[in-house]
Design a binder for this molecule. Structure first.
Ligand code: NAD
Ligand SMILES: N[C@@H](CC=O)C(=O)O
Length: 498
């Protein structure tokens, strides 16, 4: 195995958080076939480390380990699991700076954003540590003489998690903490672009006293590993965050084993600005909603729909503010946008911009000769975008903002809903009737009114249409990992009220 890269070695207070192995059954594991893959810092294209690609038997060994460990983990009291999860939470917080550094190096996002993600990811661990103590069943008024009826909640079983590269830590903790709190062992397959955050979480889980076999990280060829996880009948729940394309594939592959599926898929968020808004305030909010994580966010405001009466002023403020955004290596200070994850993402963004221009959109910004490296993409504003353009139809996952004008509420509702996606939508207006009308008519799982920030542990995060199935976080997030067992206790004798 290749040695720790000098960049990382120098930067971490605790170099043991940087692991270049898979983590199976409490052991750091290399690939038995000798296959490995390099992981690159997208800002510099420097290899920051290597990961092993496990053989299929090694992935199956993770399932064996989880199966064996399940017996003990589910038997713990909820408050005992809570304590381990809180210890994990504390360790994540204590090692925040190292975790943020690892994340910036593998994902590219600016260090302050990476610190924010570590906090955000940790917050799910604390939330579910507590929620695990509240997995109540029900008492059901009986319709059967002399019987008592009710439900209890039981862990669904081994849960597999396949996670994306854009939020390499929080997308794991939002799933894993819920499953662990429910009493389920977990097998995580992170994106190969960003495995080191997942492996650091495993190191901290071990230190927190989470037993061997309960939190596993498998690495390998994504299609190969996912096929095994989907086809494994002992894995009872599969939680995936990623593209709708891969989500569809996983649904197909899981059909034979009839698993519980939780899918957090792509988004194509509309950002609607009403005629009563201050165009500057709305433009600044739209900038925040579009350009975080360099636009590589499922919540990114892709289609900005502005009332015609304030459109031109809005566009002016938007372009002024966009021009002030700084693009560079996320490790440097005062950076707003880091690189895209790899060169293909840059090429895809360029193709989306070219397509829009060829169909009549006007471009502001986007002088790519100013890009500080080959994976960087300078932010672009496109005005006059239409439903025929890729920028409207596809999730661009890049700093490309499409803006267009509308004239009536009914028109903007139709425009906003004109997509296969239904994850999140933003509304900016202070008119309560308009807010209510739009909020009810928008076909989205989450609607945020006059606020860019909408997520956090208490929130049922998830989409409708082809943006996914199920909800993560909130009071219901743990249900994705619980089965309801109904019981009927018969022949109890006659008890009044039974
Ligand atoms: N709804 C949400 O909560 C949410 C959150 C974050 C990201 N996302 C979505 O994730 C996407 C970006 O992430 P991404 O590019 O990593 O997504 P992706 O679908 O390409 O990859 C996600 C995961 O699937 C794996 N994968 C890739 N190809 C596979 C295959 N053929 N078979 C099985 N697994 C495969 C990857 O290794 C990774 O672990 C965007 O569409 C974004 O909207 C959604
Ligand atoms: N920002 C999202 C992740 C989407 O890419 C979240 O908060 O979960």
């Amino acid at each position: 195995m290749t040695t720790l890269s000098t960049t990382l070695a120098k930067r971490l207070e605790d170099p043991r958080l940087f692991r270049q192995y898979a983590y199976v059954n409490g052991k750091w594991t290399h690939g038995e076939g000798g296959r490995e893959e390099a992981v690159y810092d997208p800002a510099t294209n420097e290899a920051i480390g290597h990961i092993p690609l496990l053989e299929s038997e090694q992935v199956t060994a993770a399932v064996d380990a989880a199966e064996a460990a399940f017996v003990h983990w589910r038997a713990l009291r909820a408050d005992e699991r809570c304590e381990r999860l809180l210890a994990w939470y504390d360790l994540i917080q204590t090692n925040r700076e190292d975790l943020a550094t690892i994340m910036t190096l593998e994902q590219g996002k600016p260090l302050p954003d990476a610190r924010g993600e570590v906090e955000y990811g940790a917050s799910f661990v604390r939330w579910f540590a507590e929620e695990g103590k509240r997995t109540y069943g029900e008492t059901i008024p009986s319709h059967i003489p002399n019987a008592s009826l009710g439900t209890i909640k039981e862990p669904v079983g081994i849960a597999a998690m396949i996670t994306p590269w854009n939020f390499p830590l929080a997308m794991i903790t939002r799933k894993a903490a819920a499953a662990l709190a429910a009493g389920c062992p977990v097998i995580v397959k992170p994106a190969n672009e960003t495995p080191f955050s997942a492996l650091a979480l495993a190191e901290l889980a071990e230190r927190a006293g989470i037993p061997a076999g309960i939190f596993n990280v498998v690495l390998g060829d994504p299609a190969e590993v996912s096929k095994i996880l989907c086809g494994e009948s002992r894995i009872r729940a599969l939680s995936f965050t990623g593209s709708t394309r891969v989500g569809r594939l996983l649904i197909e592959q899981s059909a034979n084993t009839v698993k519980r599926l939780s899918l957090e898929l792509g988004g194509n968020a509309p950002f609607i600005v009403g005629p009563d808004m201050d165009p500057k305030e709305a433009a600044f909010a739209a900038i925040d909603a579009k350009f975080q994580t360099a636009g590589q966010d499922c919540l990114a405001a892709n289609r900005i729909l502005v009332h015609e009466s304030i459109h031109d002023e809005f566009v002016e403020h938007f372009s002024e503010r966009m021009a002030a955004l700084t693009v560079g290596n996320g490790l440097h200070s005062e950076i707003d946008l880091g690189p895209l994850i790899h060169r293909q993402a840059v090429e895809k963004a360029a193709a989306i911009v070219d397509d829009a221009i060829s169909k009549g959109a006007k471009m502001v910004g986007g002088d790519q000769s100013q890009a500080p490296g080959e994976n960087f993409f300078m932010p672009v504003m496109l005005t006059g975008v239409t439903a025929q353009m890729k920028v409207w139809r596809e999730e661009n996952f890049a700093p490309v903002a499409g803006i267009t004008a509308y004239s009536t509420d009914d028109e903007v509702i139709e425009m906003a809903n004109d997509t296969e996606y239904g994850l999140a939508a933003y509304i900016y207006t202070h008119d309560i009737r308009r807010i209510w009308k739009l909020m009810r008519a928008l076909e989205y799982g989450m609607v945020s009114v006059n606020s860019v920030k909408m997520t956090g542990p208490p929130v049922p995060f998830g989409g409708v249409k082809q943006s996914g199935l199920g909800r993560e976080g909130g009071a219901t997030g743990i249900d994705e990992y619980l089965e309801t067992k109904y019981y009927c206790l018969g022949a109890l004798g006659s008890v009044s009220g039974s």
